[in-house]
Unconditional design. Structure first.
Length: 318
């Protein structure tokens, strides 16, 4: 009897051992944390299934936090992927994924950098198919990506010191917009805001120091491109309707360029080469009437070469 009891017990133990997973690919949720250095902290929270979260820290006093869950009780977070890699000191990164099939990646090299990525859908949860990428090389850089909706893409690259980028995206169901930012230099600022529409594309590229770029899109299928080469340049694009195109290129120092498109299917370009130039373009205004007035379909091209030039264009706009 003792031999039989022992045999049955051995079989039960073997069955339990075979039921255990031995490979990451077999897991429901999967997480890995690697730390090399001193006083680093990592926090991972996963609620759902088939979520993947990884943190790698090298250096001292770094902090990383990842949260994958759905705040709406009727749903379960699935198929989200989050990755944080930090090499240096006193870097901070946070990723919050509230939905399904979202991707967030943050890479920070240097010291005192901050990255904050949020993916959610407050209008029609859960959030689906959002992608957010941050890469920072240098010191004291700051990146904020806030995606509220579905199908948004945000990418931010910073190389230098004291740069800041903010990317805010709003959409509703399945389709979203894309935002791209690259900064090479010091103390540059980019602010990209896409509110509620779909198929918008925002691009801001800065090469130099102390440049400012603001790009706002409220509507659908708008395209905005900003390029700054030099120092202390400022570029502003505001698109408030559909199917607008705005392009700005600044080469030199202390230039200012602004494009405001309030109706649909307008096209505007501003090119500045030199120092201290000023360009201002307004296209369309809802409700603006008069002989020959149109709600959209405006075309404007401003080119400035030299110093301290001024150009203002108003098309069906008071």
């Amino acid at each position: 009897m003792k031999k039989l009891t022992f045999l049955v017990g051995a079989l039960l133990v073997a069955g339990v051992a075979n039921a255990q997973i031995s490979d990451r690919s077999d897991a429901d949720n999967a997480s890995s944390v690697g730390q090399a250095g001193n006083r680093n902290t990592a926090s991972v929270e996963q609620r759902g299934e088939v979520n993947d979260a990884d943190i790698l820290q090298s250096g001292d006093d770094n902090s990383a936090r990842q949260t994958q869950r759905q705040n709406t009780p009727a749903f379960v977070a699935t198929n989200n992927v989050a990755l944080i890699e930090q090499a240096g000191n006193r870097n901070r990164a946070q990723q919050t994924q509230d939905g399904d099939a979202n991707l967030a990646e943050a890479f920070q090299t240097g010291s005192d950098n901050v990255s904050d990525q949020t993916q959610k859908n407050t209008t029609l949860p859960p959030a689906l198919f959002n992608e957010a990428l941050v890469q920072q090389v240098g010191n004291r850089n700051n990146a904020l990506q806030d995606q509220d909706g579905d199908g948004n893409l945000a990418e931010a690259l910073q190389q230098g010191n004291d740069n800041r980028v903010t990317q805010t995206q709003r959409s509703v169901a399945f389709f979203g917009s894309a935002a791209f930012s690259e900064q090479y230099g010091n103390r540059n600022r980019v602010d990209q805001r896409q509110g509620g529409g779909i198929f918008n594309v925002a691009e801001s590229y800065q090469y130099g120091d102390d440049n400012r770029a603001t790009l706002t899109q409220n509507g659908n299928a708008n395209s905005g491109l900003q390029e700054q080469f030099g120092n202390r340049n400022e570029a502003v694009i505001d698109q408030a309707a559909n199917l607008n195109t705005a392009v700005q290129s600044q080469s030199g120092n202390d230039n200012y360029a602004s494009i405001d498109q309030d109706t649909s299917e307008n096209w505007a370009r501003q090119t500045q080469s030199g120092n201290g130039n000023f360009a201002d373009t307004y296209q369309g205004q809802t409700g603006y009437t008069g002989t020959g007035a149109a709600t959209g379909l405006q075309w404007s091209d401003i080119s400035q070469s030299g110093n301290n030039n001024t150009a203002r264009v108003r098309q069906d706009h008071p």
